[in-house]
Ligand binder design. Structure first.
Ligand SMILES: [Ca+2]
Length: 439
């Protein structure tokens, strides 16, 4: 064993030696060089300007706004490099004593960022600082979010050193936030066709029922269920279950929610299957579909079966994508829910509204909080905290919202949109001097 390890070590050393020979020493040195001429910008505590994080002196430090400043949600500092660099290392020096948690993001243009390193443990800061090795990271802007300091509210950064090789000039992204109007998208055509063509709407709904079976218990079962449309019961939703030919089950309903509810009723009561994508599911199916002992008919006496509040969107769903929402909407339809609070993409409504009052995108992004705090923001308790949103948030969330609406329409779920709650940015009066403040 010992001999084998020695041999491996020798082989590895040879490999290392070869690789040093293969790559010119010059480029190795260039990749390691410290980047000078960094400009730092951030909101700061008095006397602890952002520039002190890059002044070459570890005894001076940048500090985030004081905890009583009303601006203490600003926790990040941006470092503008003088060109585009291939980064090899970032060294972080915090004031010695506490431990710090922070996240480091890189961007080629300054409009969208990617997290490239972070510290989330409780190791206390030392004079040696923290070293983060990077590979394949190209950036002209670095953002450091000083999320936590043990023992005090403010974050600090005594010095940051960035190493890398210059590979080009600074890139500027000229793209503005642009979200297509609904009328100009494929979603408008899909919405109109479903709304105006009943035969098409029925076939789309029935196809989605089959897709639902595949998503929940697997493709192999899709042929075992037959879905059929039927009339509602004096305006109320209704489903019925019946044995079909050759061991199949027929599920009839007056809309997608009704049929999905019938499917769920059968799974729970005949297959002992419980679908719950948020917590846990029991999806072990019996070998074949159990036959019904009689025809089953269930109707609801309720017009509205409502789900969600603003907190769920923040605390559980803040960063959900389509995969998670699709599973949620499946579960909602199977649970008979036909009315759902929907705030996905509302930030674009806020952006367009404030634009109409002369606010720039930068000001608007400073006003809207981060997704993890949307409950507080949309319920008028908080602005800015956890932001700013990246530019691509607006476009991607509106697209997601439209995709969700398309599925809701297919199922027969009505989205509940948020009205104007009455809150505007605190500097609204500086732009409109005659605006009245209602406390
Ligand atoms: Ca310093």
């Amino acid at each position: 064993m010992h001999k084998l390890r020695t041999l491996l070590c020798v082989a590895f050393s040879t490999l290392m030696a070869l690789s040093v020979v293969t790559y010119p020493e010059v480029s190795l040195k260039a990749a390691q060089s410290k980047i000078e001429n960094i400009t730092a910008t951030a909101k700061s505590s008095s006397g602890h300007d952002a520039s002190l994080a890059v002044d070459g002196n570890k005894n001076t430090f940048y500090q985030t706004p004081s905890s009583n400043s009303q601006e203490d949600h600003y926790r990040s500092i941006d470092l503008q490099l003088d060109g585009l660099y291939n980064l090899s290392e970032i060294k972080i020096f915090n004031n010695v004593g506490p431990y710090y948690n922070y996240q480091i993001y890189a961007s080629k243009t300054g409009s969208s960022f990617e997290k490239v390193a972070y510290k989330d443990d409780e190791t206390k800061a030392t004079t040696a600082g923290d070293s983060h090795a990077l590979a394949g990271v190209e950036a002209s802007v670095i953002r450091i979010n000083l999320s936590y300091t043990s023992g005090m509210m403010e974050g600090n950064l005594a010095e940051v050193e960035v190493y890398g090789e210059r590979i080009g000039d600074k890139q500027v992204d000229q793209n503005k936030i642009e979200v297509d109007n609904f009328a100009d998208t494929k979603w408008k055509d899909a919405y109109d066709k479903f709304a105006n063509d009943q035969a098409y709407a029925n076939s789309k709904t029935l196809q989605e029922m089959s897709n639902l079976v595949g998503r929940v218990i697997g493709e192999a079962w899709t042929g075992k269920f037959t879905f059929e449309m039927r009339d509602d019961l004096e305006g109320k939703d209704i489903f019925e279950l019946e044995n079909g030919a050759e061991g199949t089950i027929i599920i009839r309903g007056n809309n997608g929610v009704a049929m999905a509810s019938g499917f769920n009723y059968y799974l729970r009561n005949y297959c002992k299957v419980d679908y719950n994508p948020i917590f846990a599911s029991q999806l072990q199916m019996p070998e074949s579909l159990p036959a019904l002992d009689k025809k089953i008919v269930k109707e609801t006496e309720y017009d509205y079966r409502y789900a969600l509040n603003f907190c769920t969107y923040s605390y559980t769903m803040a960063f959900w994508d389509w995969n998670e929402y699709e599973a949620f909407l499946d579960w909602a339809a199977m649970s008979g829910i036909n009315t759902v609070l929907d705030i996905v993409g509302q930030e674009e409504v806020v952006r367009r509204t404030l634009q109409a009052y002369g606010y720039s995108d930068t000001e608007i992004k400073e006003y809207i909080s981060g997704p993890g705090y949307f409950a507080w923001y949309y319920m008028q308790n908080m602005t800015g905290y956890g932001g700013p949103l990246p530019d691509n948030w607006f476009e991607s969330r509106v697209e997601l919202g439209r995709q969700m609406h398309d599925r809701m329409q297919t199922y027969g779920i009505t989205p509940v949109l948020s009205g104007f709650s009455g809150m505007v940015p605190s500097n609204f009066k500086t732009k409109f001097a005659d605006a009245a403040v209602i406390a």
